[in-house]
Design a protein around this ligand. Structure first.
Ligand code: ADP
Ligand code: MG
Length: 349
């Protein structure tokens, strides 16, 4: 019935909490056998499996984690799901359910929440995930979205951060740094827009970067690819804070050191050209950009042949003894200590 109305004008208060929940969840279909009961009762019901259960949560706050002046709500919904699925895949697991908790101020009309849920639904359909619950409340200012993902993995397939061994190879899927540069491009356009709202940005040279920032994809495929290659990682993490920071998590939890080779870092051509344009160091961007949502893992050296010929992967270094520290080997063969600065430090430069 709401379909006939202009939802742009409907405010959330007039709909009421239950009307809103019903409206936004009605088009979600259950896809997994393990979901016994989704939205609609006091709690969701999931069938217990023989495998181990994975649970992960992320909280995203407007003004801190996202800026709605260049992040369309549909993309925000999609990305909020991806961030969580990525954590499940980084355990070598399968994701099956999410819950979505939302706090919104009355500045958002119903249409805005519909957009957000359109993104959440697209993510659920693409990745075969059931939305099984959540909570909805009002906030005095801004939007806050918290998603929990639930998944599973068998005991002998689970991969932790702490299993890396000396001589293991360090491997990353996809390429690095594009999401950070996408954000820089969007920030720049926002400033230009503030000065002249009639200025139509030409973003053709940055399409890949912007897509990586606004519509990242979690690497659901990697677990299967590795299984087919008969390779089981000894440790794994997803790249959310940046390669440097995330390899340091693996090293400190595994009590090992590492060498990363600058000339092995996988960079998209748009990353290279945009770094030149912005006059920033592409290695810094690859190391500290963050939000790549690629998987970073270690494999025994015997897996080298299988990994190196696969286009999804780049071997970027190897694990060393803990007392050798964590180092970057530059193109000039100099060794410098890796620093986990994260994207915040990049921003201050
Ligand atoms: P309760 O008062 O028992 O917490 P609610 O009225 O908040 O229940 O929620 C009713 C149903 O709607 C529950 O199944 C809950 O998980 C689901 N739900 C509430 N908010 C959301 C949301 N933002 N997204 C998805 N499901 C939601
Ligand atoms: Mg509730």
């Amino acid at each position: 019935m709401l379909e006939d109305k202009n939802t742009e004008k409907i405010d959330l208060a007039s709909l009421g909490e239950f009307g809103l929940i019903n409206h936004i969840t009605q088009y979600f279909k259950i896809k997994n056998k393990s979901t016994v009961k989704g939205v609609g009762d006091d709690a969701a019901v999931l069938e217990a499996s023989k495998q181990q259960t994975l649970v992960t949560t992320d909280l995203l706050i407007e003004g801190i984690h996202f800026d709605l002046s260049y992040m369309p709500l549909k993309h925000l919904g999609y990305k909020a799901v991806m961030v969580n699925l990525s954590d499940v895949y980084a355990m070598n697991g399968t994701a099956e359910q999410i819950t979505v908790s939302l706090a919104v101020s009355n500045r958002f009309p119903l249409a805005a929440i519909e957009e957000l849920y359109a993104g959440i639904q697209l993510a659920c359909d693409t990745y075969k995930i059931d939305l099984v619950g959540g909570d909805t409340t009002s906030s005095t200012k801004g939007m806050l979205i918290s998603i929990t993902a639930i998944g599973k993995v068998s005991k002998d397939e689970i991969v932790y951060r702490n299993g890396a061994k000396e001589t293991d190879l360090i491997v990353v899927s996809g390429d690095l740094g594009a999401a950070y540069l996408g954000l820089q491009v969007l920030e720049r356009e926002k400033q230009v827009f503030k000065v002249d709202p009639n200025n139509q940005p030409d973003l053709d040279n940055y399409t890949y970067l912007i897509e990586r920032q606004l519509k990242p994809e979690a690497r659901k495929d990697i677990s299967g690819i590795l299984k087919e290659l008969n390779v089981k990682p000894t440790s794994m993490i997803d790249i959310s804070d940046g390669l440097a920071s995330d390899i340091m998590h693996i090293c400190s939890q595994s009590k090992v050191g590492c060498k990363i080779y600058e000339d092995k870092l996988p960079l998209d051509p748009q990353v290279i050209s945009t770094c030149e344009e912005f006059d920033i160091d592409s290695t810094m961007v690859a190391l500290s950009g963050g939000e790549d949502y690629e998987l970073l893992f270690t494999v025994p050296i015997a897996a080298f042949d299988a990994i190196k010929t696969n286009p999804n992967f780049s071997v970027i270094g190897h694990i060393t003894a803990e007392n050798q520290g964590m180092n970057l080997v530059t193109r000039a063969q100099q060794e410098i200590e890796l620093k986990a600065q994260g994207w915040k430090a990049l921003k201050n430069n």
